[in-house]
Ligand binder design. Sequence first.
Ligand code: 5GP
Length: 194
Amino acid sequence: MNFLEERILKDGIVKEGNVLKVDSFLNHQMDVALLDEIGKEFHRRFADKQITKVLTIEASGIAIAYAVARCFGVPMVFAKKAKSINIDGDVYTAEVESFTHKNKNMVLVSKRFLSAEDKVLIVDDFLANGCALQGLISITEAAGASVEGIGIAVEKGFQYGGRSIRNLGYHLESLAIVESMDPKNKTVVFREQV
Ligand code: 5GP
């Protein structure tokens, strides 16, 4: 079992509706030493890639993406949720349905911060049905940049996002893959990874 799986067993809370709460260490209160470990681990896993930019989506991906970008020594960019439908032409956009809030958001990245020369590592805290990742992939590809890899802290393997992203041929690394979880018994079972 790796460091993140151990922490999820210790402090993660299984909620109804296939939601795993990790807000005491990952996305509300943040354990910065754990974030550093996550950054180092993704740096190790994608060490053979010439990453020029780390891309995530606000809000909960930002801290992880920061830690990863720090290790690669490259800028981190986060897709912003658009506040207005008046979006000018200087941005790449994608529509993303939120798994946790069940609403749709237009997210955007300024064309100044992503270019055809960029080799992008996409990072997020969770992977459920893959909607957030699809949005980030489409923004990267609209810029003509390449998706060199995708790093996810917690993938819920019983939802279809991971399978569909891997089927599309992307190099997806998830530090913890939850195979099943049960809100009644408070149990979490992880997929064995080599
Ligand atoms: P997807 O777009 O893959 O369906 O969902 C991924 C996004 O939803 C992530 O950016 C994450 O913020 C949120 N999310 C999905 N499942 C969970 C969960 O079980 N717990 C938490 N805390 N966030 C989740």
